[in-house]
Design a protein around this ligand. Structure first.
Ligand SMILES: Cc1ncc(COP(=O)(O)O)c(C=O)c1O
Length: 375
């Protein structure tokens, strides 16, 4: 039996044909027609005016912060329950993250805590410069409230939709909330280019500036002229070709990941102490990863017992993100709340969730987890 991965790439004939086309036309070098087309198609999919294709989601977060004017000494309110790449760019620009706990209903940035933090800051005369809200495991945060709060307090909102391409909330696509949206095409994402990312926005000027900064900030001149510091953050034409192929089948990918979730619920939902990530009433998640929590008293074993049992059968699973306020690198940073994210981390597990997961593979996972419960 082969190892079962959490979220392996799922590529096929369409991607192969588009990459071959890029080779045959010799558009191998950076940029080219697939980049432009990928940007158009992504903007359309996210329901926004413009998109800049980049080398990673991390680069997109970095540029989003720069475009929002975040600089040394500025404070940025961030979801604590996320991957480090949502937050590390705050440090790249010399800022300081302030972490906000998750809510139980969506496992995303808690709007009540955000509100009290924004109000407290207003009273103290210390406004935050930006908010980075994350769409965790594909589920959009509660933008019905978060957008309104950021507008009221005049704080820039950045949506980290790295995990959420194909999801919707309040009838709008993931990526379309706030001033700038971040996408990732890392190898484990629902749409992959091997490695890549994008910035999406209704602000076409901001995206034009992101393209400029991501191609070394070259001023218009026949020679190399630079009046600002730039970055080498652009996506290549070959990788954009892969992304275009992936995007053509995004709806099928969402369906497959949602079907994984439904099958896990059918296979495990009756076990005591198991609870799946809830789906917020306001949206439809792409269910990038199926995640659940295990109450050790009710289940009779811990999350770690389950993870190790899966590992012994060569099945990859992962604890939920370790909250950023518990990370050694962010020790000493302010955190608002924190106990919800901590308990999700203690008990939470991500299960194999690829869009190519077969029913037999799914049954293998379910059988092991049921076996741990019986034992
Ligand atoms: C929430 C979140 N933000 C940002 C990133 C960074 O994206 P990338 O790996 O493309 O740099 C990822 C994934 O890797 C992510 O899950």
């Amino acid at each position: 039996m082969t190892r079962l991965y959490l979220s392996p790439p799922d590529v096929g004939a369409i991607e192969r044909a588009l990459v071959a086309e890029a080779f045959d036309s010799n558009w191998v070098a950076p940029l080219g027609p697939h980049v432009e087309a990928f940007e158009r198609e992504l903007a359309e999919r996210c329901g926004v005016a413009a998109c800049g294709a980049l080398s990673s989601g991390t680069a997109a977060v970095h540029l989003a912060l720069l475009l929002s004017g975040v600089g040394p000494g500025d404070e940025v309110l961030c979801s604590t329950l996320t991957f480090a790449a949502s937050v590390n760019p705050v440090r790249y620009v010399g800022g300081t993250p302030v972490f906000i706990d998750a809510d139980r209903a969506s496992w995303n940035l808690d709007p009540d805590l955000l509100e009290s933090e924004l109000e407290g800051r207003e009273k103290r005369g210390r406004p935050a410069k930006a908010v980075v809200a994350v769409d965790l495991y594909g589920q959009c945060a509660d933008y019905g409230r978060i957008e309104e709060l950021c507008e009221r307090h005049d704080v820039v909102l950045i949506e980290d939709a790295a995990e959420a391409l194909g999801s919707t909330a309040f009838g709008r696509p993931a990526g379309s909330f706030g001033r700038l949206g971040v996408l990732s095409f890392n190898g484990n994402k629902i749409v992959t280019t091997g490695g890549g990312g994008a910035l999406v926005s209704d602000d076409a000027e901001a995206i034009a500036r992101a393209r400029f900064l991501s191609t070394q900030a070259r001023d218009p001149a026949p020679h190399y002229e630079h009046s600002q510091i730039g970055f080498n953050y652009r996506l290549s034409n070959i990788l954009a070709a892969i992304g275009r192929g992936q995007l053509q089948t995004l709806d099928r990918r969402v369906e497959a990941r949602r079907a994984n979730f439904t099958r896990y619920v059918a296979g495990l939902g009756d076990l005591p102490g198991i609870e799946f990530m809830p789906e917020a009433r306001y949206g439809v998640s792409n269910r990038w990863l199926t995640t659940l929590t295990i109450d050790p008293d009710a289940f009779g074993a811990t999350r770690e017992d389950v993870r190790l049992a899966l590992e012994a059968d060569d099945i990859e699973s992962r604890p939920l993100w370790k909250p950023m306020h518990l990370q050694p690198v962010y020790a000493g940073c302010r955190v608002v709340g924190g106990s919800v994210a901590e308990s999700l981390f203690d008990r939470g597990l991500c299960l194999p969730s690829g869009s190519s997961l077969t029913p037999a593979q799914h049954e293998r996972v379910v059988a092991i987890i049921r076996g741990v419960h019986r034992a």
